[in-house]
Ligand binder design. Structure first.
Ligand SMILES: [Ca+2]
Length: 274
C-alpha cells in the first residue's frame, strides 16, 4: 500500500506543479475594466463600446492568467479571452470592443469577466442612435481596401483631427495602385446636398505632401453612380461639394492619385442634407 501511494504521488505532483501555481495565483489577480458603464450606440461605425480590460498580479511571483469574457447574446464581443503573462504589481491591459446590431433597443446588459474565482460584471448601456447632422457619422463604411494598421470606420467616426491620424484615419492597402474608393452605403435612400472631404492635413503631414490629389465625389441612385464633384491637383485638406438635394443610396470617393503617389488618406468624409 505504502509503495503504491508513493508512486501515485510522485508522478501527479510533477504534473500538477504548473496547475497548482496558476490555481493559487488566480486569487491574486485583480480584474479591472474602464469605463463603467461602457456605452454602445447601435450603428456599425459609431465610435462607442470600447472597454479597456486590465489584470494586475497582486501576488509575489510572476504568473500567467486567462480572463474569460462573456456577455448577453445581444452583445457582439471582439474577444472572449484575454491571456497574458503578468509581472508582479503591473497592470496589463487589452482592448475589448462591444457592438450591437442596428435597431437594438436601449437597455443595460452586463459583460462578465472572470479569472479563476475572481469575477467582475461590467454594465453595458445601449444608447439610442443620436440625432446626427452628418449623415455618414457611424454608418457602414465601404472601401476598395483598408491598410492593416488603419480602421475601415476611421473615415466616418466623427474625428476630423489629423493629429490623431493613427487612431482615426483611413487609407487603402494598395500602395501606388489607383483608383481607390471609400464611402458609405446607406440602409435607406437618404437626401444629400453637401459632401465634405477631409484628407490627411497635419503640421507634420500637410495635405500638399500626403493628401489625396485627384479624386471624384460620387453619389449612387439605384445602380447608377453620378459624379457631383471633381478635384485635380488638390493640395487642400478640406474640400466641400454642394449640389441640388438628391435621395441617394450611397456616397463614395474615387481616388485617382495622392500627392505622395502612395496611399489614399482620409481623416473624415461627411455628408449633409438640406
Ligand atoms: Ca476620422
Amino acid at each position: 500500500m505504502k509503495r503504491a501511494r508513493t508512486a501515485l504521488l510522485a508522478v501527479p505532483l510533477a504534473l500538477l506543479v504548473p496547475t497548482v501555481a496558476v490555481a493559487s495565483s488566480n486569487n491574486q489577480v485583480e480584474i479591472s475594466a474602464t469605463p463603467q458603464p461602457v456605452e454602445v450606440v447601435p450603428l456599425p461605425c459609431f465610435p462607442s463600446g470600447k472597454l479597456t480590460l486590465g489584470m494586475t498580479n497582486t501576488g509575489r511571483k510572476p504568473t500567467v492568467a486567462d480572463m474569460r469574457i462573456t456577455g448577453d447574446s445581444s452583445l457582439t464581443l471582439s474577444r472572449h479571452q484575454f491571456s497574458s503573462y503578468l509581472p508582479v504589481d503591473q497592470l496589463v491591459k487589452a482592448p475589448l470592443e462591444i457592438t450591437v446590431p442596428r435597431g437594438t433597443a436601449p437597455a443595460t446588459h452586463n459583460v462578465d469577466l472572470s479569472v479563476g474565482r475572481e469575477h467582475l460584471s461590467v454594465p453595458v448601456t445601449i444608447k439610442p442612435v443620436p440625432a446626427r447632422d452628418n449623415l455618414l457619422l457611424g454608418e457602414q463604411a465601404v472601401a476598395s481596401s483598408t491598410n492593416g494598421d488603419m480602421k475601415l470606420c476611421g473615415g466616418v467616426d466623427g474625428n476630423t483631427d489629423s493629429a490623431q491620424w493613427g487612431a482615426s484615419g483611413w487609407h487603402d492597402a494598395t500602395k501606388g495602385v489607383f483608383p481607390d474608393t471609400y464611402g458609405v452605403d446607406f440602409v435607406q435612400p437618404t437626401t444629400v446636398s453637401r459632401i465634405v472631404v477631409q484628407t490627411l492635413d497635419s503640421a507634420k503631414y500637410p495635405a500638399a505632401v500626403m493628401g489625396i490629389r485627384d479624386f471624384d465625389v460620387q453619389v449612387r441612385t439605384g445602380s447608377t453612380w453620378t459624379t457631383v464633384g471633381e478635384f485635380r491637383d488638390n493640395v487642400q485638406g478640406l474640400l466641400t461639394v454642394t449640389f441640388a438635394p438628391v435621395a441617394v443610396d450611397a456616397v463614395q470617393l474615387v481616388i485617382h492619385d495622392s500627392n505622395d503617389h502612395g496611399y489614399s488618406r482620409i481623416i473624415e468624409l461627411e455628408a449633409y442634407g438640406n
